[in-house]
Design a protein around this ligand. Structure first.
Ligand code: SF4
Length: 397
């Protein structure tokens, strides 16, 4: 209700320009905004204005519900045949000594480490190397599912799929079918970066193109399966490149309905070939979440990776369109820390995540990968921690 009355107040504001007022009216009337209006939001929309619009949409879709999940990551390798300019994580094959390459057994051991733990998802992404091919990943997925059938396998991006299918000389449709049969259940959103060729050619020209990225998701959706989408923002792209990126996603989503979540990823400039490019401000990060929420009317969820933007900004983002702050992680990913994120060992207990969400007046909901509710923590009381007992020592004067 408060979110709606804020929007009505905004519409009465005599100082608000006619074009921004028209966008606010569209949001109230549940109408889609155009490409030009998306650009206008970036150029003219102040943080408070964008927050009112995005929070209205967020609350209409989800109320105060704020999602997280219990997950862990496996990053098979940080070596990569590609050389994306923004990547702080990968090492080229000639720098092999600085990297790791997990074997099949290493990865299965990582899965077994969580036996008996209440995790619902394993998230597998990493660099691209020839030994990780279609037979390797098919075997990995099927062995994980054989060991723990209820653990959801969310794995690899179109960057890896394009590479391994090309090597196996199979098409995307056939390849995705094989992956599904092996046990793959959803695809994370990575590898999208910025779709427009003008930018893609500079920051990551060798890996899959925007069209290939979108085609692989489309083939996956045709199998009745779900996936996510990301956008790496805040480097050399212009505002209209961001809108172009979201427009391509919005169009595919109109066609398939297979995307669940959009995740804006903040460019970090530590230890990569774009270290001279300044990072976006927190204000710009929040504006970007809000515009994504307004533009992508056919996406159910907007997610902020707390490990990448810090816990405080993740809390703030919940008033700017975000309804999901990712998972417990358990310090199993190096992608954010190697790029210079504040969290150098990202991991939070369920209790910490729940408190983080409650502190800003929202309802913490643990979800599984497909957004089924696992536990509603709104009125949940965590058991008291057992405090160590000490004997009182005598005081000697
Ligand atoms: S972003 Fe991905 S594909 Fe590009 S170099 Fe890094 S690990 Fe490799």
């Amino acid at each position: 209700m408060e979110a709606e009355s804020n929007l009505h107040v905004l519409l009465q504001d005599p100082d608000l320009s006619a074009d921004l007022k028209q966008i606010a009216r569209k949001v109230l009337d549940n109408e889609r905004i155009t490409f030009d209006e998306g650009v206008l939001l970036y150029e003219k929309g102040e943080l408070s204005y964008l927050g009112v619009l995005a929070n209205y949409i967020r609350n209409k879709k989800h109320g105060d519900r704020t999602y997280f999940n219990r997950n862990f990551h496996i990053e098979p390798t940080n070596l990569c045949v590609y050389d994306c300019k923004f990547c702080s994580y990968s090492r080229l094959i000639k720098q092999r000594s600085e990297g790791w390459e997990y074997t099949m057994d290493d990865m299965l051991d990582l899965v077994k480490k969580y036996d008996g733990e209440p995790v619902t998802e394993v998230h597998i992404v990493g660099g691209v190397l020839p030994q990780y091919d279609v037979p390797f990943y098919s075997e990995l997925f099927s062995r994980i599912k054989a060991h723990r059938p209820e653990l959801h396998v969310k794995a690899l991006t179109p960057v890896e799929y394009h590479y391994i299918f090309k090597k196996a000389k199979i098409g995307y449709a056939e390849g995705m079918k094989l992956m599904k049969e092996a046990g793959l259940e959803s695809i994370p959103g990575g590898g999208a970066e910025i779709f427009h060729e003008e930018i893609r050619d500079i920051i990551c020209k060798d890996k899959c193109t925007a069209d290939q990225w979108l085609q692989i998701h489309e083939e996956w959706h045709k199998l009745g399966m779900r996936s996510n989408a990301t956008m790496l923002y805040g480097h050399i792209e212009k505002h209209w490149h961001r809108v172009d990126h979201m427009e391509r996603l919005r169009q595919l989503q109109d066609k398939t309905g297979g995307f669940q979540t959009f995740i804006p990823l903040k460019f970090r400039n530590q230890d990569n070939q774009m270290s001279d490019v300044p990072e976006s401000t927190v204000i710009e990060d929040l504006r970007n979440y809000a515009i994504a929420r307004i533009y992508l009317d056919n996406f159910d969820h907007i997610k902020a990776y707390w490990a990448m933007i810090s816990r405080n900004t993740a809390q703030l983002s919940l008033n700017f369109g975000v309804d999901d702050i990712d998972g417990t992680l358990d310090d199993t990913t190096k992608i954010y820390s190697m790029a210079g994120a504040e969290e150098q060992h990202p991991g939070m207990s369920t209790k910490q995540l729940v408190e983080l969400i409650k502190q800003v007046g929202r309802q913490p909901i643990e979800r599984d990968t497909l957004y089924n509710v696992v536990t509603d923590y709104t009125n949940f009381e965590f058991p008291e921690e057992v405090k160590p007992q000490f004997y009182k020592l005598p005081v000697i004067n």
